[in-house]
Design a binder for this molecule. Structure first.
Ligand code: 3PG
Length: 308
């Protein structure tokens, strides 16, 4: 019986990425089912009964989804963050969960600069803005995205700081980036702070008023990570008390309408989460996901498993 692989993407991959997955699956003799732009979670739940493998993006693989997918063996999150997958439920059910680290990080890093320039040039209004050259950018976490942001920031002539307790200072330093030893120091010294932390227990709501209020005069906070890491009450307080502060993100907070109405020149949110939404990132992550599924079924390869 042909293995059944399902792509479930509420925010679809570029067609070329889907074609690439199709080709890989066809070559392996697997069957591919595609569920794109589905209207609600129930549609996803109802569609998974035959799936042995899932390729997803930010799609929510909850316990309920897994309960309805009795044949499911492997879930590959085509991307970095896997806070959208219930890892505990997956482990209980013996389902392997993987991500595809690094495959979409350049796209996210490039968007960081798109957002910074948009804010620095006053939303392209023609008003006098400012330049990135000579400014300091602080990277909160130095993983794949942080590294790409550092590389591009150097091209702009920015000074780059990074705080990441999980990365040895030496490996940060060798990229020409200054490691700082506390998150507070990062906020104290940066003109731009760019978030690259995952949404986990320790980071959720961790970007709060006491931390943000340390930011320099005229500083901008850039969030292409997860909306959950922001304490929204703290963000509101910061915007209210610090008229020099700006916040920009491709993952709008729940209170986005209030902020956009209250501070139109100081906040900006893209219509959709779009850091990884490039043809190149889609193709890279999609093909990596498809190849990882093959390697898993054919060779038992679990290299990128995240629920060990
Ligand atoms: C990731 O974690 O890989 C990024 O946040 C991209 O998410 P997306 O695939 O939903 O765009």
């Amino acid at each position: 019986m042909a293995k059944k692989v399902m792509i479930a993407t509420v925010k679809p991959f570029a067609p070329l990425a889907v074609d690439g997955i199709r080709k890989i699956m066809k070559g392996a003799g697997y069957e591919l089912q595609i569920l794109e732009s589905y209207p609600d979670q129930q549609t996803f739940v109802n569609a998974v009964s035959e799936a042995e493998a899932l390729i997803i993006r930010s799609d929510k693989v909850t316990r309920e989804v897994m309960d309805h997918a009795p044949k499911l063996k492997v879930v590959v999150r085509a991307g970095a963050g896997y806070d959208n997958v219930d890892l505990e439920a997956a482990s209980e059910k013996g389902i392997v969960v993987m991500n595809t680290p690094g495959q979409n990080s350049n796209a996210v890093a490039e968007l960081v600069f798109g957002l910074m320039i948009y804010m620095a040039r006053r939303a392209y209004s023609g008003k006098a803005g400012s330049e990135l050259k000579g400014k300091t950018i602080g990277l909160q976490a130095y993983g794949n995205v942080g590294r790409n942001v550092a590389r591009v920031a150097h091209g702009f002539g920015m000074d780059v700081l990074a705080f990441d307790p999980f990365v040895p200072a030496e490996s940060i330093r060798k990229d020409g980036v200054e490691p700082v030893d506390s998150v507070e120091a990062l906020y104290d010294r940066s003109d731009y702070v760019s978030l690259h932390i995952p949404a986990v227990k320790a980071t959720i709501k961790s970007i709060n008023f006491p931390l943000m209020s340390r930011m320099k005069e005229g500083a901008t906070l850039v969030n292409t990570a997860r909306k959950e890491v922001i304490d929204e009450d703290g963000l509101k307080e910061m915007l209210e008390k610090r008229p020099d502060f700006r916040y920009v993100s491709d993952i709008a907070p729940d209170c986005k309408d209030e902020l956009t109405a209250g501070y139109p020149d100081r906040v900006f949110f893209t219509a959709k989460k779009m850091g990884a939404q490039t043809l190149e990132a889609n193709v890279n992550a999609a093909l990596a996901a498809a190849n990882q599924i093959l390697a898993f079924f054919e060779k038992g390869d679990v290299t990128f498993q995240v629920n060990k």
